[in-house]
Design a protein around this ligand. Structure first.
Ligand code: DGL
Length: 283
């Protein structure tokens, strides 16, 4: 079991931002990454659909890849399905992601924090409970960003890249200006929580838009550390002495366009095209 891979899934390429952190934190582990790009965007599909997809993917990763742990590298899927996954697979070490509201509250000097996430995450009960849990620690301005994750997915496809970049620029400007004023002055938002794993890939555009004084908070590193802790506790941590190359340790699958995943995996993880495969159609 120690030799088995860790499963990681997202609605698409967003979870690669979490996989980046995981491979740095856990250099001896193997990973199977599942990009459900053929069914993205989860954030605009409804909770039941996302839960069904999460269950089908998890079952496949367990049965065909014999994963020893699972990272749900998607805020929307975590909100919709983590409870059900924990109930169905009580023995499986399981890590989800949620918008980093508590770390942001600890970082903010102005006490005003912006949060961007998908509509599914923002509308979920889980997010409502998370907001309640930080009540009084800071003021949170929350914005659902319809269309943004999809534009980020499409930006990896050569035939749509220019149009998608243009759309990303427009959506970021539209959503951040609707939230209010960012900056370090009194009452301004000095911290922005990236509550969707896709949004990490537009950090540079966000910095250009909001200024470098605004802190961007994402969850990849915390998720990677939590995964290590759970593996250790379960006695499942792989600790071979010589770290392997990223390409030796990773197999990636997509239900969408293979070239899109290959382009994203090369760009964000330096992986060769042969690491990426088309997912079997029955999942
Ligand atoms: N990457 C996902 C998240 O963290 C969702 C993107 C989507 O809407 O598919 O919420």
């Amino acid at each position: 079991m120690i030799e088995s891979p860790i499963g990681v899934f997202d609605s698409g390429i967003g979870g690669l931002s979490v996989l980046q952190a995981l491979q740095t934190e856990l250099p001896h582990e193997h990973f199977v990454y599942w990009a459900d790009s053929g069914h993205a965007p989860y954030g605009e599909k409804g909770e039941l659909f996302v839960r069904q997809r999460s269950l089908a993917i998890t079952q496949h990763l367990i049965e065909k890849h014999h994963i020893k742990a699972l990272v749900v590298a998607c805020n929307t899927a975590t909100a919709a399905a983590i409870h059900e996954l924990r109930t169905r697979y009580p023995q499986l070490p399981l890590v989800g992601v949620e918008p980093a509201l508590k770390p942001a509250a600890a970082l903010s000097q102005t006490g005003h924090i912006g949060v961007i996430a998908t509509r599914g995450t923002v509308a979920s009960d889980k997010f409502a409970r998370l907001l309640d849990s930080v009540e009084g620690q800071a003021q949170f301005t929350v914005q659902a960003c319809n269309g943004l994750a999809l534009a980020i997915e499409q930006s990896t496809l050569p035939q749509h890249a220019d149009e998608a970049q243009q759309r990303i620029t427009e959506l970021l400007a539209q959503y951040t200006s609707a939230m209010g004023t960012f900056g370090t002055g009194p009452g301004q938002m000095d911290t922005l929580v990236l509550g969707c794993t896709h949004y990490v890939f537009v950090e540079n555009q966000l910095r250009a838009l909001l200024g470098t004084d605004v802190q961007l908070v994402s969850t990849g590193n915390a998720v990677a550390r939590q995964t290590r802790r759970l593996l250790e506790a379960a006695g499942l941590l792989h600790s071979s002495p010589a770290p392997m190359s990223a390409a030796q340790r990773m197999s990636l699958f997509t239900t969408g366009d293979l070239h899109g995943l290959q382009a994203a995996a090369k760009r964000w993880l330096g992986l060769p095209p042969g690491s990426c495969h088309k997912a079997p159609p029955q999942v």
